[in-house]
Design a protein around this ligand. Structure first.
Ligand code: ADP
Length: 575
């Protein structure tokens, strides 16, 4: 395994080298031989062309001995066998044999062709010399007449011996070259496999978490570049992991310092991470890996978590766990299916809130009777008081009325804020209700020279609501409209789209500055204190209106322009 890269490269090269060596040794002699024969052919052809003239001349002179000598000399000088044949097939001269010992050559294929005027080449066994020969025959012409044939031959056995030697030389050379190539392949394979091995070992070390691993820079070329990048990469990785470790430590200390309970859930509701606060609330040690419902048994919390995961939106709800109350907020992480659960203990906060509310309710109740008594006595004293004292009694009465109004409003607010109290809903004909309430304001508005009107669309559906609370809502809005309008008109508009009923109260009064608009629903918030006081305002009216709207799952909005008027729009769900 350790040498697998080396072996693969080396064996690959060795196979290629041996294959090429084998091809050269086995295949190369064939084409070389063909080429050599072609060369010999050309050589014989040229020789034939040279000899044709002198031989024809000798034939004409009929000096057989001279021709014989000439032919033998040519045979010696050219290492080719030269034969001259008469048209009847008898051999006239031959460079190797005595012509008289030679049989008639008329039916040798190359002679037969030459005597018919054709040049021919053939390789065959010579029955005269008992060896394979290569023959090239030429017709000898005198004018148009064929006067004989000239045949040039080469010994194929020489050729075979030559090529046998050539093959063995080739074999030795190829063997030597192969050995050298294998040696080179060995060093080449080692020069590639060694750095590769080093990179592989270094990568394995990095994968195992050792980011201090470095590869040596001894290599050249691309390996050196790779080594540089690899070392730079491990440096970056080390820095990155260091940063991640620091961030994780930082996060863990932040989580530990948070008093609230915090945990991260995976897609299945399993706890991935939690802080001490969460484990304290759960009353368990290790909670990681458990399902949240195993750790905190609360159907309400399970419902809230499911709701948030289903809608992929952050959800906040109050949850009771044992005798404690928690504000839970579930936030889905945008990156995946995990969600963060945060539990804040608000038991103490709720207890103080209840004490405050009880206090307000108790004080209000306690104040009601003495205030009613004061008012009663003031009214009793009024007829018998002198003109001077009557003025004082008037001031006492006005302030008592204001106190009574504040106490009443505080009691109403406390009731509306009490979560335990559910409102009694029934089908309410808001149009009829509005018409009767507007009547109450006809006199005070007429006194100020204001017109009051109800404008309603046809077929308004009844609203599922508490009629007393809707009445209180309309009275508060209309009362404000009359109070803060000096001229013009007040209109109560009703409209519905079938799903919601819209109540709009608009006036042409003093309006509200943009800066004050966000605060007008706050308790005791009044824009102009002296004016509000003078008009008997408590600063609680709009607070009550907002609570009533919320108790009916409705919405309220306001549009106002100072000096031009104000419009309050309340939307209530029909069912
Ligand atoms: P108040 O009893 O003082 O009227 P509210 O809670 O009803 O208290 O209203 C809060 C403040 O909002 C008022 O003091 C007043 O300044 C402003 N406001 C309410 N309604 C109107 C209105 N229709 N036009 C102008 N100002 C208004």
């Amino acid at each position: 395994m350790k040498h697998s890269i080396f072996l693969r490269i080396f064996i690959g090269y060795a196979v290629v080298v041996l294959f090429l060596g084998a091809i050269v040794t086995l295949v190369a002699p064939g084409p070389m031989k063909r080429h050599y024969i072609q060369e010999q052919e050309t050589h014989l052809e040229h020789l034939g062309a040279l000899l044709e003239g002198p031989v024809v001349a000798s034939l004409a002179g009929s000096d057989a001995q001279a021709l014989e000598d000439y032919i033998r000399e040519i045979g010696r000088k050219t290492s080719a066998r030269v034969t001259v044949i008469r048209p009847d097939g008898t051999v006239l001269a031959d460079s190797e044999k005595e012509p008289l010992d030679m049989e008639n050559h008329l039916y040798r294929p190359e002679i037969f062709a030459a005597l018919r005027g054709e040049k021919q080449m053939s390789v065959r066994f010579s029955s005269t010399l008992k060896r394979d020969m290569m023959y090239m025959s030429f017709p000898l012409r005198s004018g148009d007449r064929v006067v004989g044939a000239l045949r040039l031959s080469l010994f194929m056995t020489d050729l075979d011996r030559l090529f046998g030697r050539l093959r063995s030389d080739l074999f030795q050379i190829v063997g030597l070259v192969t050995l050298l190539a294998l040696g080179a392949a060995f060093f080449f394979a080692r020069s590639i496999s060694k750095p590769l091995r080093e990179f592989i070992d270094a990568s394995a070390q990095v994968a195992a978490g050792d980011f201090g691993t470095k590869v040596s820079l001894r290599q050249q070329g691309e390996f050196k570049k790779y080594a540089l990048s690899f070392n730079a990469m491990t440096d970056d990785l080390r820095a990155m992991f260091q940063q991640i470790r620091l961030q994780t430590e930082e996060l863990n200390s932040i989580l530990a310092s948070i008093q609230d309970g915090l945990c991260v859930l995976d897609a299945d509701g399993r706890i991935l991470l939690s802080n001490d606060g969460f484990r304290r609330i759960a009353g368990a040690g290790a909670v990681e890996g458990k399902y949240y419902w195993e750790v905190i048994r609360s159907s309400k919390l399970a419902e809230v978590i499911k709701g948030s995961r289903g809608s992929r939106r952050a959800v906040s709800e109050e949850v009771g766990l044992g005798d404690r109350v928690f504000s839970s907020s579930i936030t889905p992480l945008s990156s995946d299916d995990r969600s963060v659960v945060m539990l804040r203990d608000i038991t103490e906060f709720r207890r103080l809130e209840k004490i405050k509310k009880d206090f307000v309710v108790n004080v209000s109740h306690e104040l009601k009777t003495p205030l009613a008594a004061i008012r009663g006595f003031v009214e009793t004293m009024e007829p018998s008081a002198g003109p001077e004292n009557r003025g004082y009694l008037e001031i006492v009465k006005r302030n008592t009325d204001r106190l009574i109004a504040i106490v009443d409003d505080l009691l109403v607010l406390s009731k509306l804020e009490d979560r335990g109290v559910t409102i009694n809903k029934e089908q309410v004909d808001v149009h009829a209700l509005a018409a009767s309430i507007v009547k109450l304001f006809e006199k005070p508005s007429a006194d100020k020279g204001l017109a009051v009107a109800v404008e309603a669309g046809s077929e308004l559906p009844p609203v599922n609501a508490d009629p007393y609370e809707i009445e209180r809502l309309l009275i508060n809005l209309l009362d404000n409209a009359v109070k803060y309008t000096d001229k013009g008109r007040i209109v109560l508009r009703l409209a519905s789209d079938g799903k919601t009923l819209t109540i709009e109260v608009s006036d042409t009064g003093i309006g509200i500055e943009a800066d004050d608009l966000p605060h007008i629903y706050e308790r005791f918030y009044v824009v102009d204190k002296s004016r509000s006081k003078k008009l008997g305002g408590t600063g609680l009216g709009l607070s009550i209106v907002k609570h009533i709207v919320q108790a009916h799952q409705g919405t309220i909005s306001v549009k106002s322009r100072p000096g031009e008027g104000t419009t309050f729009t309340v939307s209530l769900p029909v069912s």
